[in-house]
Design a protein around this ligand. Structure first.
Ligand code: PGA
Length: 256
């Protein structure tokens, strides 16, 4: 995944915006003004119902699309769900998997593992979200993240691991007023690499892009990428304002 791409900037729109016209304008604005961006892979994850229309007949050059979730079965009696096969058929290339807001709705590591397998089977790049709910003095939060990784990746083979992205998103930083400090992000980044090394060996582990997500904004993005040493960002609220999203990309690209 890392080859040739400097940073991966993912916009998670969640259940926004309410109107398709707003969604189309957001994509058009981002695509038009990101034309100078050479170093970023920009992935937008709109609500699935908007995907086909925002992508349009002539897909935007600078933007790739992802879903916010996929189901683990190909088809069947799963009311309200969307499969990875369907996502692929609608030309999505990525999918967020195991976001904490979905975990809060009851999604377990076992379900997430099946979703990872389904995404990879359909040639969708899964962006696996992990992150502790709180930090405690016994370092249980590290065991928590370790378990999310080992169980969430249980279905992912040595070959498939080269096709995934990890997003470290501490739950307390999502939708909050502040992101986690870059030094904490750096430590977690190293911790995640250590677990991935145990699972897949150093060479593969260090090739897996690790993003940070949680209250990214124009003012903290650059420092987080630089000092947290992450490969990109998963952005919620700030991805709904073209101006902010583009400024984040510009600041990240200004890192030498
Ligand atoms: P936020 O959301 O940037 O609004 O905190 C991030 C996320 O949930 O991925």
């Amino acid at each position: 995944m890392k080859n040739g791409v400097k940073k991966i900037i993912v916009g998670n729109w969640k259940m926004n915006p309410e109107k398709i016209d707003t969604a189309k304008k957001l994509v058009a604005d981002i695509n038009r003004r990101a034309s100078k961006s050479k170093k970023s892979l920009i992935v937008l994850c709109p609500p699935t119902i908007f995907l086909s229309e925002v992508r349009g007949r002539k897909p935007p050059k600078k933007v790739k699309f992802g879903l916010q979730d996929v189901h683990y079965e190909k088809s069947g009696a799963f009311t309200g769900e969307i499969s990875a096969t369907m996502a692929k058929n609608m030309k999505a290339e990525f999918s967020i998997i195991g976001h904490s807001e979905r975990r809060a709705m009851g999604e377990t590591n076992e379900i997430i593992s099946r979703k990872m397998a389904a995404a990879l089977r359909s040639d969708i790049v899964p962006i696996l979200c992990v992150g502790e709910k709180e930090v405690d003095e016994h370092a249980d939060h590290l065991s928590f993240v370790k378990e999310q990784l080992t169980k969430g990746l249980a279905s992912v083979s040595q070959t498939e691991i080269e096709k995934i992205i990890i997003a470290y998103e501490p739950v307390y930083a999502i939708g909050a007023s502040e992101a986690v400090g870059p030094h904490v992000i750096y430590q977690r980044n190293i911790f995640i690499k250590k677990i991935l090394t145990e699972m897949y060996g150093k060479q593969k582990a260090f090739g897996i892009p690790i993003l940070y997500g949680g209250s990214i904004n124009v003012d903290n993005a650059k420092e987080i990428i630089r000092d947290g040493s992450v490969d990109g960002l998963l952005i919620g609220r700030a991805s709904l304002k073209a101006e902010d999203f583009l400024e984040i990309i510009a600041r990240v690209e200004s890192i030498k």
